[in-house]
Structures are given as structure tokens and as C-alpha cells.
Design a protein around this ligand. Structure first.
Ligand SMILES: Cc1cc2nc3c(=O)[nH]c(=O)nc-3n(C[C@H](O)[C@H](O)[C@H](O)COP(=O)(O)OP(=O)(O)OC[C@H]3O[C@@H](n4cnc5c(N)ncnc54)[C@H](O)[C@@H]3O)c2cc1C
Length: 408
């Protein structure tokens, strides 16, 4: 069987290896538009590749068919990922929140073992070939490049989503699949930096603080989390900013005109009343200090000053004991619920993953073969599945790549 896999990213490479292992008689070709396969893998996890997670389950994913994600994870789990990569010679180390990385902390190690295995098995890479059109004539798929045409008996679309365009994926796969009648859910960028009104937060540029935060629209919480928030010149980033970005991005993609806010809790260990009592007591014991230094020893210097600045018009050289009752209340409010208006999210090219995509309902669940066109398969981010930060998106690439590859 002559099999073409369009896209030499995580899911395509894993699918190719599985297809060849499963049936060594298969002639497997990976068609990649870049000069080399797996460029995005090299950029993952800040060059360290967080390839899966100890904690796995459908609750870490989003899809219009979440039950399918559960089935896929049981067909090929995070333990299967570790075993498969172990078999290829890769050792692991586990970071915070169960994130699993190669022991060398080098993403290149993940790509290298995949390509070594692919070569050993005889999977062929056809690089520098941008697919522009696909046709099916009789039993044969014709794959058109800019100069050449290739023919296959079975075809896999593993072209990714629209995120990280400079690393290859720009949404071509959606058009290939839509042309054969597959339905698609709207796409929007996820795991992306959030832009906000930075009147106060720009003072924190470059600071990383572990906080609890929620996203609010019309006073209703639509998302929340506790993790490290990175404050940047334009807004919010880091693990917490990224995970909250999905609902913020969806809000803007749906052109929802209501204002959207991030409400940050800088003292999650205490209730509002406890924070208010803490500030009142601190004024008794430290009220001789000026406002500039009042929170030194509680928050980072810039964070403490930002809370003061948002809560009172008084100058920094005023003594803390001169704060009024209303100002103390406002300080407690801003410690527990520092409200930042959100403006937008950064574009697709800055994002790590694309939410939405081709609906899984048009594919057989156990094989990922299209119900619309026999012999056609899809895997990876092109499908309507995305995960939170932490190795979940690569796990989906391995699981779905395995399922399609096993069926070939
Ligand atoms: C900066 C960054 C960091 C990330 N870090 C992590 C992480 O640490 N952990 C994690 O789990 N996830 C991470 N992700 C997400 C994860 O990398 C992706 O979800 C995953 O790689 C998707 O795999 P894929 O095979 O579906 O698509 P991709 O990896 O995007 O591969 C698709 C391939 O198809 C090729 N292609 C596209 N169109 C064509 C065409 N017309 N013709 C030929 N070839 C084509 C592309 O060039 C590309 O090589 C990160 C993403 C980015 C951008």
C-alpha cells in the first residue's frame, strides 16, 4: 500500500512510524513543505519539549466531541507515549504539574529519535514539497505540489492548525478537508499572550507572580485558574495567562461586545475579610513607613507599589497611617480582586495551538478514516481538539497519529 502523509510535524511523523511498524509492507511517504520535518517540535516547551504529562484525562482538553478525546487517550495514553519514546531510547524528567520532558531538556532529542526511527523503518521524507491541491480519481489520491504531482492509495492530512505559522502550519489542511465535504468548527488562537489595558500592570513588566485569576464578563466568571502569571509590557502571559487566553480569545473571536476583565487575586491564601484585617493591622505596626515601602516584605516591590497606586491618589512619600478607611478598603479590594480590562489576544502566529477545526464526527472513531471519502485520514491539530498548557497538545498529536497510523 502506498501511503502519503501530508505534514511532517509531531502527528505526521508518529503516524508514519506507526503505519510502517504496523505493516512493514506499507510504502510510507511524509510530504513536508519545509526543508526539514519537525521544526515546530524544536520550538516546543521553550526548546525543551514538554511531550506529555503524568496527569492525563479529557478534562485537560477541549473539543466539540470530548468523548472521542477520552477514547483516543485510552487507545494511546500518556503511558503509551512514554513507553514508545523509551523504546526509541529517550529518557525523561518530570517538571512541575506533572510535565514530562526529555531528560536532556532538549526538544531536538525528541525530533532526533523520531527521525532516526523513521529512517530505520524506511519511511521516506519528501521535504520542500508544498501541497496545493488534492484530488481523488478512482482509488488513487493525486497530491499536487507547485511543480510535481504524487499518487497514493491512502492519504493522511496531518497539516496542523494555524498557530505558529512561521513553523509551517497555516491552515492548508482545513481547505483540503473542507473540499471533500468535511465540516469545520470556527477556529481561534489559544495558548497566546493577552493584551490588556496596562495603565497599572505595565509597572510589573518582566515580573512572574503566582496568583489566582478569573476571567469575568458582565460580572460572570467564565474561566479561572491558579498558576504563574507573567506580566509583560502589553499584558498577560505565562502558564496562567496562556491557559486563560482560550476563553478570552473565544470571546473576541465571537465578536462579543461586552467588556471582559481579568480579576487577579494577589493573596489567594486569605479571604477578603482576612486581607482587610491584615492591612489594618499592618497600618498599626508599620504605619510609620511611607506608602512606597508599606508592602515591602509582602509583595514584590513593584507589585506592592502598583496596588497602592491603583488604590489611592496619595503620593508615595505619605505615611501609611494617613490612609483613610475607604482607601484601606480599596487596597484590600485591589489585593483580592485587581481588575484589568482585556483588549485582545496576540495573533495566530504568536499562539501555540489552534482551538476549533475539522469536526471529528466526520471520521471513524477507531481509525480516524473519513466517513466522507474512504482512504482519507486526519490526525493532530487540524482536528477540533486542543489542550491546555502542559504537554497535552503533543499528547493529542501522538494519540491521534497513532490511531490513524495503526489503521493504515
Ligand atoms: C512555540 C510553540 C510551543 C509549543 N510547546 C508545546 C509543548 O511544550 N507541549 C505541547 O504539548 N504542545 C506544545 N505546542 C503545541 C504543539 O507543538 C502542537 O499542538 C503540535 O505540534 C501539533 O502537531 P501537528 O502534527 O498536528 O501539527 P504541526 O506540528 O503544526 O505540523 C504540521 C506540519 O504540516 C506541514 N504542512 C502544513 N501545510 C502543508 C502543506 N500544504 N504541504 C506540506 N506540508 C504542510 C507544516 O509545515 C508542519 O510541519 C507548542 C506550539 C508552539 C507553536
Amino acid at each position: 500500500m502506498r501511503i502519503g502523509i501530508i505534514g511532517g510535524g509531531a502527528s505526521g511523523l508518529f503516524c508514519g512510524i506507526t503505519a510502517k511498524k504496523n505493516n512493514p509492507k506499507n510504502k510510507v511517504y511524509i510530504i513536508e513543505k519545509a526543508e526539514k520535518c519537525g521544526r515546530k517540535i524544536l520550538a516546543t516547551g521553550n526548546g525543551r519539549c514538554n511531550l506529555t504529562n503524568e496527569n492525563m484525562g479529557e478534562e485537560y482538553f477541549f473539543s466539540s466531541d470530548i468523548s472521542y478525546v477520552r477514547e483516543a487517550l485510552s487507545a494511546f495514553s500518556n503511558l503509551d507515549t512514554q513507553k514508545s519514546f523509551n523504546d526509541l531510547g529517550l529518557l525523561f524528567t518530570t517538571g512541575e504539574k506533572g510535565k514530562i520532558y526529555p531528560r536532556s531538556l532538549q526538544a531536538s532529542a525528541v525530533l532526533d529519535v523520531l527521525r532516526m526511527e523513521s529512517k530505520r523503518l524506511g519511511v521516506e521524507e519528501i521535504c520542500g514539497f508544498k501541497v496545493v491541491k488534492i484530488e481523488k480519481k478512482g482509488d488513487i489520491f493525486r497530491v499536487f505540489g507547485e511543480k510535481e504531482t504524487l499518487e497514493f492509495e491512502k492519504l493522511v492530512i496531518a497539516t496542523g492548525g494555524m498557530s505558529g505559522e512561521n513553523l509551517g502550519s497555516d491552515g492548508d489542511g482545513y481547505n483540503f478537508l473542507k473540499a471533500f465535504g468535511h465540516k469545520m468548527n470556527p477556529v481561534f488562537q489559544s495558548l497566546v499572550q493577552i493584551k490588556c489595558d496596562n495603565t497599572y500592570t505595565k509597572a510589573l513588566n518582566g515580573t512572574k507572580i503566582t496568583v489566582a485569576a478569573k476571567i469575568e464578563v458582565n460580572g460572570k466568571t467564565i474561566d479561572k485558574g491558579i498558576d504563574e502569571m507573567h506580566f509583560t509590557e502589553y499584558g498577560l502571559s505565562g502558564p496562567l495567562g496562556f491557559n486563560l487566553s482560550r476563553s478570552v480569545s473565544k470571546h473576541f473571536a465571537e465578536k462579543n461586545e461586552s467588556d471582559i476583565y481579568c480579576v487577579i487575586d494577589f493573596m489567594q491564601e486569605l479571604s477578603y475579610d482576612e486581607v482587610k484585617a491584615f492591612v489594618q493591622n499592618r497600618i498599626k505596626t508599620q504605619g510609620y513607613k511611607n506608602l512606597e515601602d508599606f508592602f515591602t516584605g509582602v509583595f514584590s516591590k513593584r507589585c506592592g507599589q502598583m496596588i497602592i497606586k491603583k488604590s489611592t491618589d496619595k503620593k508615595f512619600n505619605v505615611f501609611a497611617k494617613e490612609l483613610s478607611g475607604a482607601e484601606i478598603k480599596e487596597i484590600a479590594n485591589n489585593i483580592k480582586a485587581f481588575k484589568v480590562k482585556l483588549i485582545s489576544v496576540m495573533p495566530f502566529k504568536n499562539s501555540q495551538v489552534t482551538a476549533g477545526g475539522i469536526k471529528i464526527e466526520d471520521f471513524e472513531k477507531d481509525t480516524l478514516e473519513s466517513k466522507k471519502l474512504r482512504g482519507l485520514y486526519a490526525c493532530g491539530e487540524v482536528l477540533d481538539v486542543d489542550g491546555i498548557c502542559g504537554g497535552y497538545n503533543l499528547q493529542w498529536a501522538w494519540s491521534s497519529g497513532y490511531i490513524a497510523g495503526k489503521a493504515l
